[in-house]
Design a protein. Sequence first.
Lengths: 802, 299
Amino acid sequence: MNRLPCGIEKQIHKNLRAPVIFKDTPFAPDQTEKKYTISGYITESGSGENLLGVSVYVPKLKLGTTTNDYGFFSLTLPEGNHEVVISYIGYGNEKHQLTLSEDKVLSIELKPSAENLEEVIVTADERIKESKVTQMSKVQINPADIQDIPALLGEKDVMKTLQLMPGIQGGSEGSSGFFVRGGTPDQNLIILDDAVVYNSNHLFGFFSVFNGDAIKSVEAFKGGFPARFGGRLSSVIKLDMKDGNKEKLSGKVNIGLISSSALLEGPINKGKTSFIASGRRTYADIMARPFIDSDKGNKTGYYFTDFNFKIHHIFSPKDKLYWSNYFGQDKFYDNSVYEEGDRDKSRLQWGNITSTLRWNHQFNNKLFSNTSLIFSNYKFKILIEEDFDDQKYLFKSSSGINDYTLKTDFDYYPNSQHTIRFGANATMHNFTPQRLLLKDEFNPDINKEQELNSFEGAIYAEDDWKLTDKLSLSPGLRLSYFNYKDKHYVNPEPRLALSYNMKTDLAFKASYSRMNQYIHLLSSSGIGLPTDLWVSSTDNIKPQTSQQFAVGVAKDFFDKDYSISLEGYYKTLDDVIAYKEGASFLAIDDLESGKNTNWEENITSGKGWAYGAEILFRKQTGPFTGWLGYTLAWSERQFDELNLGKKFYDRYDRRHDISLVGIYKPSERITLSGTWVLSTGNNYTLPNQQHIADPVNFPVASYPTTYNYSGMENFTTQRNNFRGETSHRLDLGVQFHKKKKKNRERTWGLSLYNAYARKNPFIYTIDDKDYDFYNPDAPEEKQLTRTSVLILIPSINYTFKF
Amino acid sequence: MSKYIQISLMLVLLCSACQDPVDADELLNVDDSTYIIGYLSPTDTVLTVHVSTAVPAVGTPIYDHIDDIGSGSDIDPFIIKDAIVLISDEDDNEIQLTYKPESRNYQVDASEFDIKGGATYFLRVSANNKEFTSSCNIPKKIEPITEKITAGEKTEYYQDYNLDIAFQDISGSKNYYIIGAIAEVAYEGELYPYAIDFELSSFLTDVIGDGETLSANSIITNYDVENSTTAKITLQVANVEEVLYLNRRATYLNDYNDGNPFVEYSITPNNIEGNNGVGIFAGYQLTEKVIEYELKGNP
């Protein structure tokens, strides 16, 4: 396609009414008044990247809209002269004078504000902000902030940044699993370009799988879920990859302490087809190779890698195609060669693959559609091969999930009161809880495979309905369907959100949403190991459901460009699953031994309650940006078969979470950043009492697993009976930028994770006190021991952009 | 393999980890409890109930020296010796158990109080000026146990035999079973008894179907590969009440996973009613079968 010039291009389109109307605007425009539609795409200057969520606003009329996920917008205005303000966080503002006497197509390019630190802060009511949208419980992260916020070992991390937002809590120190409003990690729907990503962790959760360089936008919904989203109870994390630079070849190379990454993007056919490819790999294993005796074939190490690749092709202004792919993998490998030809080999690897083919079609000014064909895969594999004394042993086990999804979504603007979205999706889930091949010379071969196939589908419709100039309502209904063998689940999921503008910049909001979740994660540890297993709802395991009520207030300070939101929520969870007492490790051990167990036997279902309040005070533009978030929360569970049926606080029930984030750019050459977080301790189940061991003989012989020296045995009668100590941590970062010729830029980044070396708890254990050699007759005594990780971790990285 | 993952994870963590003792007083605030344990079965020759004090796990000194009973530590201070322990049946027949210092338990000869299959029994304990109560049902006895032994892995040092045992679940009720076996093998003229390890399949339920055949397997190892010997194997299947099953299983799992911080600690069930009372009072029926099997040598 020939690019439209920066500015305004005229084209005749059908009349399209404005989807948003604000105060002082005649609510129902005079039907005799002539109206014309402005529509088009908003892109990033220099790259042609479509920008989503950009505000298109006419201050005089207080009319506005935002671009959709593909940068498309459409706004109907009365005939006449108008000033249209285009603004987007992290980008400059554009003001356009329009004389509207016919439909117009606009193609607007916005400059990233990093290129323009003198960015004019919006000084008046010129932007659609928090107080002007019906949606609540949603946070957005500017990808540029992810690059600036200090991270562990300099690995810029989307998920860790999200965890600095109120209501989104991280697990223990160092883990990447997160908990939204009292939910569990498997209740978070993480979608990358429409594809579900099942495991968002690298290296047991220390890093997330998303390479921030390739991410264009990050949105997190904690409640008030629009009907277009479903399948998980607690959150939707929507990530969109960049489409690729359509103007020129550009790239970025980042060299860090544990990994390096590279990104290359550019036009294949200028203005029409673009590509973006980015990759990341850790290299501790490669650097360690010289120190390993590799002559004989010995090889050992670990690495993780990510690779993103996307092609965007514009067939015509109305038809666009996107093909995006993600591949990520963690791998442990070990090859050992011994004397006389003995050898062993082991592999442990897990990873995601997603591929999404999307087709945008604009039927007319009123109707925009996207159809996606999606493949998503998660696989965990183990291989052990041994050859000792010519006796061969082979163990291969894998588990995983394959999803094949067809999805279509429509955005429809019938008139100025309604913005309607509707669509449908269908997913074939193919679960492999276990595929096992076991060969040795003493036993018959075991070669078996467990497979669960299920189907998940949904249709939905939602409307953003402006009832009056102050009141807007967003009703939605999602009808979800799930089939496993002869079992069919059909569940209506009503959604409702409303917003009432008490003042131009102050809105009261409320929402209700009901969600169903048909697939579950069996987590063996609670910290998110790759062995955690995704399984389907079955005849016995019912879908999990939740209902959430939320109320809140959103206030924008236009002059200072601050915003503040306060929300309270109450969520009930039904049929949530958990392992039965003591069963948590069985899934793994049985997989190893090839035992034919039924995982359903180890599962029990119960109820949950989560409630709390969140405050977010945020500044998103200017040299100093950042936010203060505070969460007050409770999260409780009750299972008939756990904790003797008594209600208990969830492991990650934390009363207080505070996060303070600041990014300061005093000049183009320097970026200073810091984050401080504080959270109440997690709950742990610890044996807090001891009794005499086996005081009454039970006649069935039992094999002693451990020898008990003291004659005493620890126990507890209460789950999560111990609350750990409060965690807090300060991370600091500084970046030095230098512009070079031909718009090239190099950046040195230094960061300090846990700058004041706080020993935050990772786990607690009860151990014997150290033996006192000087007093051998001293009594034995146990003590509570805290293990802390990640204390004062400095890092350095170098980035070169061209 | 999960062990490898966990070991690797531990290594990663240890690279940057540090361990510190934490003042537990504020964190694990727990009072002493009265610990009561009693198992009843028609095959008992002595009815036994144990009453002692459960103390905080952290900060309680335990003297680790061989005491007069040889239990490995001096647990005597925790024993409650002046409790009143009464067992009664549905017909209000009641018997008091008396404290026996040699077993550190309250006992009475089983001939003085009839324990019958299917009946309900009640426990009343007065200790430390508090009253504790509980009750139990005696489950039905399973019959018969079948077994199969086949030769397994063989090296120059040992010969394994695979032992499979099976029995039929009792129809019409939800049942919980604890499986075990004792092998007595002669080696160099001495008889060595040892418990055969059924691992977690020691604990079986009829969840696979009411009245189905349940089975467990293990390995008997003969280290005297040069001589043939006859092993006397006692196979044991106890049909137990759920609370007993869960209690033994929780204890097994907590021992098995001892020191593994990534496994959630199992909660010990409790059916003792009364202020700060913990423990279980439960019924069981034991079925035993003794077999002899020739462990063949390879001279």
